[in-house]
Design a binder for this molecule. Sequence first.
Ligand SMILES: Nc1nc2c(c(=O)[nH]1)N[C@H]1C(S)=C(S)[C@@H](COP(=O)(O)OP(=O)(O)OC[C@H]3O[C@@H](n4cnc5c(N)ncnc54)[C@H](O)[C@@H]3O)O[C@H]1N2
Ligand code: MOO
Length: 461
Amino acid sequence: MTPPGSRTGEDAEDLDVEEVLALVNDSSGHHARGPAARGGTDGIPTPPRQDAPAPSDRHRATPWPEARAVAERAARTAVRAARRAPVSVPLGAALGLTLAVPLDALTDLPSFDTSAMDGWAVAGPAPWSVRDESVLAGHAGPAPLTDGEAVPIATGARIPPDTTAVLRTEHGRTDDKGRLHATRDVMTGQDIRPRGQECRTGDQLLPVGTLVTPAVLGLAAAAGYDTVTAVPRPRADVLVLGDELLTEGLPHDGLIRDALGPMLPPWLRALGAEVTAVRRVRDDADALHEAIGTSEADLVVTTGGTAAGPVDHLHPTLRRLGAELLVDGVKVRPGHPMLLARTTETQHLVGLPGNPLAAVSGLLTLAEPLLRILAARPAPEAYTVPLRDGVQGHPHDTRLVPVVLRGDQAVPLHYNGPAMLRGIAAADALAVVPPGGAHAGQGAELLDLPWAAAGIGVCFT
Ligand SMILES: Nc1nc2c(c(=O)[nH]1)N[C@H]1C(S)=C(S)[C@@H](COP(=O)(O)OP(=O)(O)OC[C@H]3O[C@@H](n4cnc5c(N)ncnc54)[C@H](O)[C@@H]3O)O[C@H]1N2
Ligand code: MOO
């Protein structure tokens, strides 16, 4: 095993989905846990990491693109350390997973010569005498035809031996003696799907690394699979911090509704995670320490407590746990206090700011790349769309602005303040607005939202 941090940054960049998959497949079950695995605790020195900021940069915010790259590298390091074995998952539970072995056909498809149409199986030239019985889908072994014979047949039924063609219902006419005639030319083999037309047993249908979509589930079932072998879903625990949060009813007396508890779990699932726990943690340093320290998840997501308020316990707690801060603030608005920490060799923590749109920003900046690599999902192709309206920029930081897609333009939405969800709830994507802003017509990179057309929005289970 390559020890974490021993690769050069350049090598680590080259570790792509295939290598992640290779590591998953070559699982040795090594999984460091507990305090000894926490860098810098119990007198164990923390080795220098290629994905940690240099000590002099520790308290400087990371540029937005770099923060995402750090999250990817951190995940690669965790994949190398964890070496989680591939899992066999029933088709009904496999949506959104990544194939860890190729999907090879377990059968010929079709597995028998099949009628492509409702009509008659015919043998030899017209006219044909028509048998009384019909051949239906699901029937086994129809009797062979002899020349001059026809038998009614349904779409999907087995073709009787010695059939020369299938004549569609609408292309046949029966005369007064009950003989069948064709109203147009009949080509040998027409409307017969020959066995193995789509694949032969053993053919590779899909390679390793394929995302399991609804169509993949359908293909796997057709090809004889009950389960697929996939990269295990990364586990995520969500810790919602804040004594001011209500879980029901109207805000009152300075208390507000928790917007993140309902929003984050399904969003994390759409990003490929299995959400193993959603816990509310009161504003108490010991409670937070216990919640993080006992989590067995690959990713702990906290909300709130990232800033320097009187009850913002996250930084001190991470220090107490001996966690290593890989990103401590990002040059992005909203969400700049977001953070990424390595809590153990195989576990990371993403600290999302409490303001709800700032939390979304942190989710897409840090949690998305981390989960994508852990789940061995392919990176989405970056794409840009012209902005219909200019967007004011931050002087130094990237801005993420909710947009809707209208025609071939992205229309920036109002209500994009850090504490607002009204814009993002109506949005198709977040536009990445560089420092200094963007003028009308300028192309902006878009981050798709999971429910928008291009994403795997089908993960809402
Ligand atoms: N002195 C400074 N204060 C703040 C700074 C700063 O740089 N210096 N940054 C501001 C920014 S930007 C943000 S974002 C927030 C981050 O705050 P925290 O992560 O510490 O979060 P909280 O203080 O706990 O909450 C902030 C805000 O969000 C509300 N909140 C929290 N959790 C939820 C939830 N689950 N659902 C809905 N709303 C939530 C909370 O009530 C606060 O209003 O810090 C600024 N301050
Ligand atoms: O993250 Mo804060 O303003 O950037 O809400």
